[in-house]
Ligand binder design. Structure first.
Ligand SMILES: *Cc1c(COP(=O)(O)O)cnc(C)c1O
Length: 372
């Protein structure tokens, strides 16, 4: 059997008729920038996540960047970010000219540890930027409390958490703004790049709407130095189809995750845990193993594709040499990066395939504790 880490054809095949209809509707409309299809998606997605406003943009990095710009975070400012995240979270902060200030995760969820945040706040801090990593919401209430107490913005990176809930309420408007990516393999994915910001703040939504379109509200009248970062109608139309299936597809992910958790219990791997406040959407099924590289090779030899999310922590990337960090500065994040392995999991993965993955893991020499 051959099980790729993920492939997108089977998702397309499942919705082929509806997706083809949506795409050809846009193509034949002759309207290719913004317009009614994007507006309809924005309304439907805002309603889905429980936010008053949604602004579609070109990708997830831009969603973060434009939200920070709308918050007027800029040069000389600091933004608290997780030490353990995909580098896009940091890059958005650098992009506005501010400095990312990393804070370590708590090891239950691998998300930003609220208990460590206050110690990182200085008079330059303007925002806290937690990430709902792997599809599990960060503990938002303590972060909201800290943000309020210190007069900071709270911007959430929800690129991996479409449909996830925190204390029963969907991620989408707990903080001041929430940034989304619709990169094709995300839980809600476009047919190319896409992104959005959701928020309950009318001024933030308005500023992002203007910034994404050359800083212009009225054609050829430019209020601010904006950018070109618009969600394409073709992606909006495709996602209007996929949004209807998001909950069902997240349920399938949840069922596979439950199966993995049960079937891999006695393998010696450190399995993902779900915090009591979180409803996880399993964008990534992340296990930790001190023998990660050997396990990955073992699985590859048996046709099981895996990925590492992520191999190098942001503070040790060449891109962030300028911040002067060295190995050992963020040991928890470094440990996750050294040991993490993501098993195949997606709405189109069949149970037989997951069973094959489990067998392949169990046949690894590292699986010493076998109680069967
Ligand atoms: C995917 C992702 C992004 C960036 O999204 P793009 O659409 O690829 O720009 C940002 N943050 C996290 C945590 C992501 O997983």
């Amino acid at each position: 059997m051959k099980i790729p880490y993920f492939e997108l054809q089977s998702a397309y095949q499942e919705l082929k008729r509806e997706l083809d209809e949506a795409v050809s509707r846009v193509v034949s409309s002759g309207w290719y920038i913004l317009g009614s299809e994007v507006e309809a998606f924005e309304q439907e997605y805002a309603a889905y996540v429980g936010a008053r406003h949604c602004v579609g943009v070109a990708n997830g990095l831009d969603a973060l960047y434009l939200a920070l710009r709308a918050m007027e975070v800029g040069p000389g400012d600091e933004v608290i970010v997780p030490s353990n995240t995909y580098i896009a979270t940091w890059l958005a902060v650098s992009y506005v000219g501010a400095t990312p200030v990393p804070v370590e995760p708590e090891m239950l969820s691998y998300n930003l540890d609220p208990a460590r945040v206050e110690a990182a706040i200085t008079e330059r801090t303007r925002a806290i930027l937690p990430v709902h990593l792997y599809g599990q919401p960060t503990d938002l209430d303590p972060l909201l409390q800290i943000a309020r107490k210190h007069g900071l913005w709270l911007l959430e990176d929800a690129a991996q958490a479409h449909g996830a809930r925190y204390k029963g309420q969907r991620i989408g408007a707990h903080g001041d703004a929430v940034a989304w990516s619709f990169y094709p393999n995300k839980n809600l994915g476009a047919l190319g790049d896409g992104g959005a910001v959701t928020t309950n703040h009318p001024e933030l939504a308005d500023r992002i709407r203007v910034l994404r379109n050359y800083g212009s509200r009225v054609k050829y009248v430019n209020e601010v130095k904006g950018v070109n970062s618009r969600l394409d109608p073709i992606h909006a139309a495709a996602m209007r189809v996929k949004l209807k299936y998001l909950d069902e597809w997240n349920d399938r992910r949840r069922a596979l995750a439950a199966y993995y958790l049960e079937a891999l219990q006695d393998t010696g791997l450190i399995l993902p845990q779900t915090a009591p406040y979180a409803e996880h959407v399993w964008h990534i099924f992340a296990v930790l193993s001190p023998e990660r590289d050997a396990l990955q090779k073992h699985l590859a030899e048996r046709g099981v594709g895996t990925l590492i999310h992520y191999p190098i922590p942001p503070h040790l990337q060449a891109a962030y040499r300028d911040l002067g960090y060295k190995p050992g500065d963020f040991p928890l994040s470094e440990r996750i990066h050294a040991q993490e392995l993501s098993l195949p999991l997606g709405p189109q993965l069949r149970l037989e395939e997951a069973e094959y993955v489990v067998e392949a893991v169990r046949s690894f020499r590292g699986s010493v504790v076998d109680s069967r």
